[in-house]
Design a protein around this ligand. Structure first.
Ligand code: C2E
Ligand code: MG
Ligand code: MG
Ligand code: MG
Length: 281
């Protein structure tokens, strides 16, 4: 009987695996289609505010995907798939074009958008012609220096350190702000940090959310912000959801706040209406 049950469990397990494989395959096919046509792809923008003055200092561009065949798929699901399949390259290129075109349109309409940060995954960063692509983007859309910046994770910068520094320096020379995303969750040696020409550290939201809850998070926030201050880096607290968290951050070297408390990611029209029009004349 036990044996029989075991076999049934195994069969169920196989069926479930099969179902998941099938979904993954269908998603990948849809994603390939999207990479080719751009259909179902959109960009949302989440504002970043100066902690003390409350002024708008920037925004992060976040990819949204709503394929025709499925409901909306979250970045947590499709970004890893895009990375594994290599589709992140054409998708990332589309995102850059969408953001740059949006910035040009806003500027043409007399609005003054703040710097917009684009997330780069490893494959994009290590693409040989990244810097040339970014240069071309600035030129094609007539963007002022620094209008577009980038966010990278620690793990990208860990290997091939010297080459990473070269690429970062080239991007800096275009005025791009460069942030290390989800800081504290990776394995970067702290001594690397002083050699990296980055401008900003973004403390991962797990530490922000742990602030009131456990001492470990507070210790990490204290250490990271202390280090950033010594190195002259700006600090973004990401994932700030409550007033209590914002209060707790006031004792640390934190320059910028990003999170649901101050503003969720919104589509371009909403972003312009809620955050850009007041800047107009
Ligand atoms: P990330 O770069 O760390 O982006 C921040 C994520 O946290 C976003 O999730 C954002 O919606 C979410 N978030 C912001 N404030 C809060 C908050 O107060 N509470 C909570 N619970 N969440 C908050 P999203 O848009 O689902 O993106 C997830 C991840 O997918 C991003 O993490 C980034 O790693 C990746 N991603 C998104 N767009 C792109 C892209 O265009 N290219 C690449 N390579 N990766 C992207
Ligand atoms: Mg990011
Ligand atoms: Mg982040
Ligand atoms: Mg994060």
């Amino acid at each position: 009987r036990a044996k029989q049950e075991g076999r049934n469990t195994y069969r169920l397990f196989r069926a479930e695996m099969h179902r998941q494989d099938h979904r993954r395959l269908a998603l990948e096919t849809a994603l390939r289609n999207t990479a080719e046509t751009g259909e179902g792809l959109a960009v949302h923008y989440q504002p970043l505010f100066d902690r003390d003055s409350g002024t708008l200092q920037g925004a992060e561009a976040l990819l949204r995907w709503h394929p025709f065949e499925f409901g909306p798929v979250s970045p947590g699901d499709f970004i890893p798939l895009a990375e594994r399949s290599g589709l992140i390259l054409p998708l990332g290129e589309r995102l850059m074009q969408l953001v740059a075109a949006q910035l040009r349109d806003w500027r043409t309409a007399g609005l003054t958008p703040p710097p917009i940060a684009i997330n780069l995954s490893a494959r994009q960063f290590w693409q040989g012609d990244l810097v040339d692509r970014v240069k071309a983007l600035y030129r094609e859309y007539d963007l002022p220096p620094g209008q577009i910046g980038f966010e990278l994770t620690e793990s990208i910068l860990l290997d091939k350190h010297q080459q990473a520094v070269g690429t970062l320096e080239a991007l800096r020379s275009l005025g791009c702000r460069l942030a290390i995303d989800d800081f504290g969750t990776g394995y970067s040696s702290l001594s690397y940090l002083q050699e990296l020409p980055v401008t900003t550290l973004k403390i991962d939201r797990s530490f922000i959310q742990g602030l009131g809850e456990n001492r470990g998070s507070a210790a990490i926030v204290a250490a990271v912000t202390g280090l950033a201050k010594e190195l002259g880096l700006r600090v973004v607290a990401e994932g700030v959801e409550t007033e209590a968290q914002r209060q707790a951050l006031s004792r640390y070297h934190v320059n910028l706040i990003q999170g649901f408390l101050t503003g969720r990611p919104v589509d371009a029209a909403t972003f312009a209406r809620d955050y850009l029009s007041q800047l107009k004349a």
